[in-house]
Design a protein around this ligand. Structure first.
Ligand SMILES: Cc1ncc(COP(=O)(O)O)c(C=O)c1O
Ligand SMILES: N[C@@H](CCCC[NH3+])C(=O)O
Length: 443
């Protein structure tokens, strides 16, 4: 397993993260356990900020909290000077409770409810990323009712669709998100938005996909948005103060993944902005980005305890751990691949290729299909790396399995930032109404 960030194998042959031996973390917090390398998160934040500073452009780096949204994470990214992208009242509530400055929060989503919009205006958030005309009019109406003015970016689909390892240019973007540039709806959106009394149109937003390893897709998006900005400037006299280019910067999960350095992504984007936006209006727009996975992804490790095994000679050996698709649905959802090691015997010779199964009542509940490990025994600890993004945030209670706790580790210190769910959390919202209780039982 590739050792990310501060991860290393210590003298006892144990995996150590943030100076903490994971065997001790198991004793203290149990398993499954999400472990976050806080120093690596902070480094990633700094890399974005530094790269933008170097570009000389005005900027905001908004952490896409959908990747992992808990109060401690909001606090860390706040301390590192980042802004925050939220997509629901739950994420907004988490951020506000963590004391995140509202003016640095951007609200996304293709179907914001009136309650969410009201909550966000009340909180005084920095910007709404408006997805469609219905939302635009709803936002105007609510803002007018509250006698408030709100900052808005219009989310546009530039006709650049990024896939995991490639990007393709599409004439007509088939996406549930945003105003299409190609068919004129983005132009119409800008025209309407710039005439609404309680809306302050700052500019546009474009997000082309996730886990992207090349810069060309981003450069192409910048070019398309710049062409659109030129058209809008010339025909409507509207100039964009802000251009948000979304997230999507890829990370290394397994051997063969080839992410770029943060600075390379940022440089490609900012250079493209300098090239394509030059001369459209007097000043270059402020550039915002929204990295999620690349801030938290490789800082996360999930620690499991090995339980049972099933060997099917000539076929495969299943090794079951005390978690699975409930804490990491990505292999089941996207056939995502992960690396792992035996965290309590990390120096032992790898002897067999096994498949790591979860404990859910579901054949598809697999974490890794093929991983080379020492001979595994019940009670061994298995660490799966790169589980920081879209694991905790997409976890479920399927089979009424309790969601694991999350611990932040740094400089030999470990602090619980999310407690493992209790049985009471599991049944906390259950009700057995009187009508059902009173139902006569047929004997
Ligand atoms: C609008 C928007 N911004 C930011 C992100 C974060 O993407 P990533 O985690 O790939 O950086 C996403 C998710 O793909 C998104 O939909
Ligand atoms: N949930 C996806 C990423 C979605 C990005 C959000 N638009 C993943 O785990 O890879």
């Amino acid at each position: 397993m590739y050792l990310h960030g501060t991860s290393e194998i210590n003298a006892s042959g144990h995996l150590e993260i943030g100076g903490c031996d994971v065997v001790d973390l198991k004793s203290q917090f149990g398993t499954p356990l999400y472990i976050v390398d806080e120093q690596l998160v902070r480094e990633r934040c700094k890399q974005y900020v530094e790269a933008f500073k170097e570009s000389g452009l005005q900027f905001q780096v908004a952490y896409a909290s959908k990747a992992f949204c808990v109060m401690a994470m909001c606090t860390v990214v706040e301390q590192e000077g980042l802004s925050l992208d939220v997509v629901s009242e739950g994420e907004l509530y988490t951020a506000l409770q963590a004391g995140f400055p509202a003016e640095r929060i951007h609200f996304h989503g293709n179907n914001k409810t009136p309650e969410e919009i009201t909550m966000a205006i009340k909180a005084g958030i920095g910007c709404f990323v408006v997805d469609n005309l219905i939302e635009l009019h709803l936002l105007q109406a609510i803002a007018a009712d509250m006698d408030k003015h709100v900052n808005v970016l219009l989310r546009v689909t530039p006709g650049v669709e990024a896939h995991t390892h490639e990007y393709i240019s599409t004439g007509q973007t088939d996406s549930k998100f945003g105003f299409d540039i190609g068919n004129g709806s983005a132009f119409e959106g800008v025209k309407i938005a710039s005439n609404l009394s309680n809306i302050k149109l700052l500019g546009v937003h474009s997000h082309i996909g996730s886990q992207i390893f090349e810069v060309e897709g981003f450069q192409m998006a910048v070019q398309k948005v710049a062409e659109f900005a030129k058209e809008v400037h010339e025909q409507l006299g509207v100039s964009f103060k802000v251009v948000n280019l979304g997230g999507g910067f890829g990370i290394r999960y397994v051997d063969g993944d080839t992410p770029l350095e943060v600075s390379q992504y940022v440089k490609a984007i900012t250079n493209a902005v300098k090239e394509h936006f030059a001369g459209i209006s007097n000043t270059l727009p402020e550039i915002w980005v929204e990295p999620g996975r690349s801030i938290i992804g490789d800082a996360g490790t999930t620690l499991y305890t090995v339980g049972t095994q099933k060997n099917i000679p000539g076929v495969r050996k299943y090794v079951a751990v005390d978690g699975g698709m409930t804490d990491n649905p990505r292999p089941a959802l996207y056939q995502s691949q992960y690396e792992a090691l035996l965290a309590n015997r990390a120096n032992d010779e790898e002897k067999e290729i096994v498949s790591i199964a979860g404990k859910c009542c579901e054949s598809g509940d697999m974490l890794i299909w093929d991983v080379n490990l020492p001979e595994v025994q019940s009670g061994d600890l298995l660490a799966v790396s790169c589980t920081g993004a879209y694991n905790y945030s997409m976890a479920s209670n399927y089979n009424r399995i309790r969601r694991p706790g999350v611990v932040f580790v740094k400089d030999g210190q470990s602090d619980l930032v999310v407690k493992r769910e209790s049985f009471q959390d599991i049944i906390g919202n259950d009700l057995v109404p009187e009508r059902i209780r009173k139902q006569a039982v047929l004997k």
